[in-house]
Design a protein around this ligand. Structure first.
Ligand code: ZN
Length: 508
């Protein structure tokens, strides 16, 4: 994610209410002396996330979502069915989904299931028959609602636009449009189809497995597919009036970009001059981070005054129009596509380790700056080191706290951490660490401890102190006197790229 100033959408996401997790109650088998297996028990209402304990659910693992919707733009009304393919990880008497629209029926393994709401985003599903550990689960949820009327975690992530809607947000977004196990540690493949009135466009992740098909009188159904595992928050739909451009990269990957028809002409030109460079920029990133991890590329630019940030939706980021108000902005394209390796292909196991996403995507911008001759990575490091405020240094990028997961320190000090790692291990080992990290963990999730272990393994160095100092110390790290003096001297003049990076990345 890449924030603009104070978007109400993003700002309010820091207001969260942590709900009390449901405690699994295991009922002993009454009246029997057999030493037997415990009775099937409820799955948990969380996945053990330290910051957001009731995000995601335990007891099952999802492999695929089939999301089939109909959207009425004039009413902001969504109806449809999501089919979830999962497997039980314990003997289940009931399990939870994260979801807030109005559910009319749920089938589990072809039989009607009971369901009830709990807290502000939990749906407790009780199948007619309990489910054994290892058994396949097919869950069909039929629902409807006006997502822009639904509030959870203190805000509404769904954005209604003048001509449609956007489901684009982090970490909460899925609740407003499909039931899920909403945590990046349970990734799945996706098929998304949405029927809309003729002439309205629907954009989502991945490829279009077929062209839009006519449905009823005056409606068309759009189809999108994410064939590689994807975190729930990275799934998106963008609905409205869009101009769509299509191309194919040199290696045969489809590139599909979409621009709101509500963009003023000057914004539209600057947006195209940035997002149409996606294939070039991602080809360059591939030379550093390894092969492009997905089956499509692209970008979507939202109507002005709607989306307040950019988000690294898998294979196809969404951008606020405001990134392009002052002209072309390749830096935001570099950042969001840097996430395709760091955040999307390799996901966080815990939201507290968000620096693994934001620090790395920010460092991709530093590398772009150096390539473009707009400031070297050394110059960017030195300037930030010399000029950041005392407040900046109080946030630990490796554990910023749930209210600070998108704090500027997670981005900039996260990138500075990587730069210090590079200084310590040298360029060859540093870039080998980045590529190996992706190769080992892509389509899965991973932890900071694993990153540190990999860095030590490849470099042969003991790096605990470096990471402790840069990620987990709420104070400005001390450089040795030579380096510190050099940083202070170099810092007099800001690198040219810094203003461009900050034009789009103002910290809250
Ligand atoms: Zn980001």
């Amino acid at each position: 994610m890449f924030g603009l100033t104070t978007s109400s959408t993003e700002g309010s996401s820091t207001v969260r209410r942590l709900l009390v997790a449901v405690t699994a109650t295991v009922l002993a088998l009454a009246g029997t002396a057999a030493p037997a297996a415990a009775a099937p028990a409820p799955g948990g209402a969380g996945l053990g996330d330290e910051y957001f304990p009731d995000y995601g659910n335990s007891g099952y693992d999802v492999s695929h979502y089939d999301i089939r919707l109909r959207y009425y733009p004039d009413q902001d009304r969504l109806t449809g069915t999501t089919t979830i393919l999962a497997s039980a990880e314990q003997d289940l008497s009931s399990f939870n989904l994260d979801f807030i629209l109005d559910v009319s029926s749920i089938q589990v393994n072809n039989r009607a299931a009971a369901f009830k709401r709990q807290g502000d985003h939990e749906l407790v599903v009780t199948p007619a028959r309990s489910v054994a550990k290892g058994q396949a689960l097919t869950v069909v949820v039929t629902y409807s609602g006006v997502p822009s009327n639904k509030v959870a975690a203190g805000y509404t992530a769904w954005i209604r636009t003048p001509d449609g809607a956007l489901a684009v947000g982090e970490p909460e977004e899925a609740w407003w449009w499909f039931p899920s196990n909403d945590h990046p540690s349970d990734k799945a493949t996706f098929d998304v189809s949405v029927a809309v009135p003729d002439g309205v466009e629907v954009i989502s992740n991945g490829v279009q497995p077929r062209n839009p098909t006519p449905e009823l009188l005056g409606w068309s159904r759009w189809y999108w597919r994410s064939a590689k595992p994807q975190a729930t928050y990275l799934a998106f739909i963008t609905i409205g009036q869009y101009d769509i451009t299509r191309d194919v990269t040199a290696d045969g990957t489809p590139v599909i970009n979409a621009y709101s028809q509500l963009l003023p002409e000057d914004y539209a030109a600057a947006a195209r001059a940035s997002v149409e460079r996606t294939a070039e920029i991602t080809d360059w990133e591939s030379t550093i981070f390894g092969p492009w991890p997905f089956t499509a590329r692209g970008g979507v630019v939202a109507p002005p005054g709607t989306l307040g940030f950019a988000l690294e939706n898998q294979s196809r980021p969404n951008y606020s129009a405001a990134f392009f108000r002052a002209g072309a902005n390749p830096y935001v394209v570099v950042h969001e596509n840097g996430h395709q390796w760091f955040g999307d292909a390799v996901s966080v196991a815990q939201w507290k380790e968000i620096w693994l996403n934001e620090g790395f995507a920010s460092y991709a911008e530093w590398l772009w700056s150096e390539k473009e001759g707009e400031g070297t990575t050394d110059e960017l490091f030195d300037y930030l080191y010399a000029t950041e405020s005392d407040d900046f240094w109080t946030v630990e990028p490796g554990d910023p706290g749930p209210a600070n997961v998108f704090d500027g320190a997670v981005y900039d000090r996260g990138a500075m951490t990587l730069h210090q790692l590079r200084k310590a291990v040298g360029d060859d080992d540093f870039f080998a660490i980045l590529r190996t990290w992706v190769a080992q963990h892509r389509y899965d999730h991973a932890t900071t401890a694993q990153f540190i272990a990999l860095s030590e393994q490849i470099s042969g160095l003991q790096l605990d102190d470096l990471f402790q100092t840069w990620l987990y110390t709420p104070a400005k790290p001390v450089l040795d006197s030579v380096a510190g003096a050099k940083a202070a001297k170099a810092a007099v003049k800001a690198p040219a790229s810094l203003a461009k990076i900050r034009a789009a990345h103002e910290h809250r």
